[in-house]
Design a protein around this ligand. Structure first.
Ligand SMILES: [Zn+2]
Length: 68
């Protein structure tokens, strides 16, 4: 389960919570300071891995053999 950073829109407290991305997006995480469920998820500071696409294909070894 990933950890997300939140900012409480009620009291302005910043906190981290372990929750699913769905819960994080919905802002259903209760603030530990005031208990309000008005959390706003902050962007993660660490860089996320990008799915880099490589070039595929190229030279293929095709052997033609056999006469029909
Ligand atoms: Zn709060």
């Amino acid at each position: 389960m990933p950890m997300y950073e939140f900012t409480c829109r009620a009291c302005g407290a910043e906190y981290e919570e372990l929750c699913t991305s769905t819960e994080a997006a919905a802002g259903k995480v209760a603030c530990p300071a005031c208990g309000a469920r008005k959390s706003e998820r902050k962007l993660s500071t660490f860089a996320s891995k990008d799915a880099g696409g490589g070039s595929g294909g190229g030279c293929g070894h095709g052997s033609h053999g056999g006469f029909g």
